[in-house]
Structure formats: structure tokens, C-alpha cells
Design a protein around this ligand. Structure first.
Ligand code: BES
Ligand code: ZN
Ligand code: ZN
Length: 474
């Protein structure tokens, strides 16, 4: 999609016009108000959020509903614009136009349009959804070209994450994920190191290796580096869950539970997409990313419920359930990024628990951590990114449930599952400031919502980007 700002209305455009509920247009450059009033009167289109009306008469206008003006928020505006772009795609419009009345919103507008235009149709051999070729922003005011470039890159980073997460597991093995990270590093300008089994064994990452043990595919330790502020001492750490498939292992999932598990590397996709956006925009921050990529499969070589593992930090772990594998890979990745890469603070992002889906549904990510100031900054980033968060508590008593009589820890923590999973991870971060994001509910959508098409959402890229960029201690 090509973005043209300060364009003028051409004949070939489909113009997207936002309409508040029962309100005629304040600025009616195209003389549409009479028609709009007739639609209101007939009750055909009244401007309800999520609704659209295509003017068949001139075929050049698509009204889209914004809902009540008094209730409008930036998030609802994005949803509405995104929905309109999706509808325009359905109508096979190649060139769109949109009046931007307020330069302040230009970045979010560009980002929303790009995100809404996306479809994962690489494997469709027949007719594909048509992509929008041009998005023309009609604006009178001066604007900052750098803002447009920044948000374009941010949207592109999100699409990088969506592409990776949508890729099926028969294509995206741990090695393929590592190679794609490497290629993206070349393309966007960040460093990528990949290590196979030998190094992982040398590092004594016993928890990670156990999860990988049943797979024919070799596990990969992916390390990414971006140094955008060489004079600054602080380094951020990002760890992404990188299960390219999660069958559950011997604690096997149902077919229904398994069929979406190609997406169990969405956390790592978000980390890789964030690196792409940070590097493209040359954000002034230093960031290291680590992904312990592997596949949780079933075979005679696999780990079993009842096994006792030793993690990289020396702690022993009783395997209560082989399907609670994400925390095992994250435990070693967190220890590695803190101990070997010496990051000053760390964020992990993971499709970790089904319980997160039950607690918060598919629109809200669970956040937990050991530093209130970090969580506060995440909430600020969440508003900018329009990626919703809700904090769950990590009270001491929840941690009791992770004890085991034969080992230091049990990987199965009981209810509430999202909290006990986070409490498990806390054992591997020591005193390092840490935040955990459980995106099990938000990484994938089974139906389109606003600017998020069906499939991988790319959740986390914009959140992590704004979090890192907005850090004042930089
Ligand atoms: N990858 C799953 C979590 C998940 C579930 C992600 C649904 C996205 C959608 C994770 O590895 C898992 O299986 N967790 C178990 C943990 C349990 C055995 C303690 C779960 O949530 O059921
Ligand atoms: Zn699992
Ligand atoms: Zn998993």
C-alpha cells in the first residue's frame, strides 16, 4: 500500500467518510449531506460504529459509522477507520482517499490503514483478496514527513510479526524462524546470532532442551542486538516464546487445542517485529532479544510427566505437565539474557496460558511483573499503541503452589493458571526488573475486528516499541 499525504481528490478514489451517529457532516466538501439525511430518515445508515454504507449512485463514497460523538475514543476511531478499509477492500477499491482534519492523528491513521489492508493469503492459489494500492490522505495543514515514515515502519514491523506467526509449522521450523530473523536483521539493520544444539547444551539449558527433545527439528537459540544509543549504558532485554509448534507433548492436547498451535511462537514474532521497527526508525535505545525456539512434539526421545530437569540457573524442575512447556523454555531464555547478556531490565512476551484467554478474552493482554514503575510505563505505551493490558497480581501465596517435594519447582502451578505461570518465571529473573506479557488470548483472532484481520494480530510490536521509545531513563 502506497501512502500519499497532501494528495487531492481524484476521480478514481473511493473516499472514506466518517459519520457520527445521526450527525450530518460538519465539513461537506463533496456535497453529501442531503443524501446522508435521507439515509438517516430511512434508517438505512445512521452512523452506528462498525456499519458502512456504499453510495452506489456515484460509487465514490463509503460512509462509515463512528457511533456517538460524545463516546468517541482514539481506539474506537482506529476500529472504525480499519473497518472502513476492510470494507473498501471487499468492494475491490484500489485507491482510497481520506480527509485528515487533524495532523496530530496522521501517524495513527497511516498505521491503521496499513494494518487493515493485510491478509495472509500466501497459500491461496486461486483468487486472493485485493490489496489497496493507494491510500491518499487529503490534508490542508503542514505535516511532519518523519511521523509518516515512523508509523509506516511501525506498521511494517507489525506485519513482519503477523507473517511469521501465520506461517504454518510445516514451513516455519525453529531453524526457519532463526533464518528469517537473520534475513530481517539484514533487511532492517539489527544483528542476529543463531546457535544450535551444541551451544544450547554447552549453556546447560536443561529446561529448554527437554522441551525440544522429542522433535526432529533442532532447537535454536536466537540472539538479536540493536544498539541505537551507544553512549547510553542501559540495555533492554526482550524474550519471546518461540514454540514453532506445541502439541502438548505426552500431556497431549486435543485436536482442537492443537490446530492453532503454529501461533505458539507469536511472542518471538512480536520481538522480531519490534527489532525491525526500532532499527528502521533508528530509535535511540539499546536492546537485546533472545528466543529459545523449538517444537514441543511426541516421540520416544521426549521428556515425560514426572521427569526432573535442571535449568541453566541450576534450579531443578519437576515436570507436572509437558504442555506447560513455554515456561520451561522461557526460564532458560530469561536466565540467559540476564546472566550472559547482562540486560538492565527484561520483558518477556508469550502465548503462555489458556487461562489468560478465559480471564481476559481475546482483546486484552495480561501483564504482571516485579516493578510497578515498569508496569506504569507499559500502560502509557498501551494507550499509544491501542494494545490493551490488564494487570494481574503476583501475591506471595500464589508462589507456594510452585513448590515440589522432590525438586525446587513444579512446572504445573494450579489456579489461577496465568498467575502461577508468571510466578514460575519470576524464579528465573532474580532481582532484575521484569515484566511478563501473556498474549495467549490476543495473539490470534478468529474473526476480523477493526484493523485486525483474522489470524495473527502482531500483538506486542507496537506496545514494545512505544515502551522502549518512551523510556525516559534513556
Ligand atoms: N501454548 C499453550 C497456551 C495457549 C493456549 C496459547 C491457548 C494460546 C491458546 C501453553 O503451552 C499451554 O499449553 N499451557 C497450558 C498450561 C497448563 C498445562 C498448566 C494451558 O494453558 O492449558
Ligand atoms: Zn503447551
Ligand atoms: Zn505452548
Amino acid at each position: 500500500m502506497k501512502i500519499n499525504v497532501n494528495a487531492s481528490i481524484g476521480d478514481h478514489h473511493l473516499v472514506l467518510i466518517p459519520v457520527y451517529k445521526h450527525q450530518i457532516l460538519k465539513k461537506d466538501e463533496l456535497g453529501l449531506n442531503e443524501e446522508l439525511e435521507a439515509l438517516f430518515d430511512q434508517g438505512v445508515f445512521i452512523g452506528k460504529q462498525g456499519t458502512h454504507h456504499f453510495l452506489r449512485k456515484n460509487k465514490k463514497v463509503l460512509f462509515f459509522g463512528m457511533g456517538e460523538e460524545t463516546a468517541i475514543t482514539p481506539a474506537l476511531t482506529r476500529e472504525a477507520i480499519g473497518g472502513a478499509v476492510r470494507e473498501a477492500k471487499r468492494l475491490k477499491a484500489k485507491s482510497l482517499a481520506f480527509y485528515c482534519r487533524e495532523p496530530l492523528y496522521l501517524g495513527a491513521l497511516v498505521e491503521t490503514a496499513i494494518l487493515a489492508d493485510y491478509d495472509f493469503d500466501r497459500y491461496k492459489t486461486g483468487e486472493k483478496e485485493q490489496a489497496v494500492e493507494d491510500f491518499n490522505v487529503i490534508m490542508k495543514e503542514d505535516y511532519d514527513e518523519a511521523v509518516v515514515a515512523e508509523y509506516k515502519a511501525l506498521a511494517e514491523g507489525t506485519l513482519v510479526a503477523r507473517d511469521l506467526a501465520n506461517e504454518p509449522s510445516n514451513v516455519l521450523s525453529p531453524l526457519e524462524l532463526a533464518l528469517r530473523a537473520g534475513a530481517l536483521g539484514e533487511q532492517y539493520g539489527f544483528e542476529v546470532e543463531i546457535h544450535g544444539r551444541e551451544v544450547i547444551e554447552g549453556e546447560k539449558m536443561g529446561a529448554f532442551l527437554a522441551v525440544a527433545s522429542a522433535s526432529e527439528s533442532e532447537p535454536q537459540l536466537i540472539v538479536m542486538r540493536y544498539k541505537g544509543a551507544p553512549a547510553v549504558k542501559k540495555t533492554f532485554g526482550l524474550v519471546g516464546k518461540g514454540l514453532t509448534y506445541d502439541s502438548g507433548g505426552l500431556s497431549i492436547k486435543s485436536t482442537e487445542g492443537m490446530v492453532t498451535m503454529k501461533g505458539d511462537m507469536s511472542g518471538s514474532a512480536a520481538v522480531i517485529g519490534t527489532f525491525a521497527a526500532l532499527a528502521r526508525n533508528q530509535v535511540k535505545a539499546n536492546v537485546v532479544g533472545v528466543v529459545a525456539a523449538c517444537e514441543n512434539m511426541i516421540s520416544g526421545k521426549g521428556f515425560r510427566p514426572g521427569d526432573i530437569l535442571q535449568a541453566r540457573n541450576g534450579k531443578t524442575i519437576f515436570v507436572g505437565n509437558t504442555d506447560a512447556e513455554g515456561r520451561l523454555t522461557l526460564a532458560d531464555a530469561l536466565d540467559y539474557i540476564i546472566d550472559a547478556e547482562k540486560v538492565d531490565e527484561v520483558v518477556d512476551i508469550a502465548t503462555l496460558t489458556g487461562a489468560a484467554v478465559r480471564a481476559l478474552g481475546t482483546t486484552t493482554t495480561a501483564i504482571m511483573g516485579n516493578r510497578e514503575d515498569m508496569i506504569k510505563r507499559f500502560f502509557e505505551a498501551s494507550t499509544l499503541a491501542d494494545e490493551r493490558l490488564w494487570e494481574l497480581p503476583l501475591f506471595e501465596d500464589y508462589k507456594e503452589q510452585l513448590k515440589h517435594h522432590e525438586a525446587d519447582l513444579n512446572n504445573l502451578g494450579g489456579d489461577p493458571g496465568t498467575i502461577t505461570a508468571a510466578a514460575f518465571l519470576e524464579h528465573f529473573v532474580g532481582e532484575t526488573p521484569w515484566v511478563h506479557l501473556d498474549i495467549a488470548g490476543t495473539a490470534f483472532a478468529d474473526k476480523a475486528r477493526g484493523y485486525r484481520p483474522r489470524g495473527a494480530t502482531g500483538m506486542g510490536v507496537r506496545l514494545l516499541y512505544h515502551y522502549i521509545k518512551g523510556d525516559e531513563s534513556n
